[in-house]
Design a protein around this ligand. Structure first.
Ligand SMILES: [Zn+2]
Length: 139
């Protein structure tokens, strides 16, 4: 069963902001949640420093996960940006995510290809397939 993410508008804004700051490179981060609700986004460094792909150093990921643990949160998923392509996981993303990051995690892709209309979508990735997930916006 795939957990549905519940986010606040400010989380969407934070991800878009991070994407714009790191453009043209992709940005990435971890999503902390409690009781199915996103509590905090943790920015990570894109170890690839690339406009086309991202990866997170496992030591940094560990450090962030420990901080989440201490706050009583758990890792709900990851986000990264696409600076010139749609908000859909690329074949490279799917290969990498299936290998390193999950399941059962949700992957949020933030596209800022159209700067005036950022697009944020969530996906569940398992094996070769990615399924778009609805997420709930809490006011
Ligand atoms: Zn990607």
């Amino acid at each position: 069963m795939v957990p549905v993410l519940t986010l606040r508008q400010k989380h969407l804004d934070e991800m878009v902001e991070h994407a714009l700051e790191d453009a043209p490179n992709e940005c990435c981060g971890l999503i902390g949640a409690r009781d199915g609700k996103v509590t905090k986004l943790h920015r990570a460094v894109n170890a690839e420093a690339s406009p086309y792909r991202f990866s997170i150093d496992f030591r940094e990921q560990r450090r962030i996960e420990e901080a989440m643990d201490q706050a009583g949160d758990s890792l709900a998923g990851f986000y990264h940006s696409h600076t010139g392509s749609p908000a859909r996981p690329s074949p490279t993303d799917i290969r990498m995510m299936a290998t390193f990051f999950g399941p059962p995690y949700v992957h949020v892709v933030v596209s800022i290809a159209n700067r005036s209309q950022p697009d944020v979508r969530a996906f569940y990735i398992e094996g070769e397939s990615s399924t778009e997930q609805e997420y709930t916006l809490e006011l």
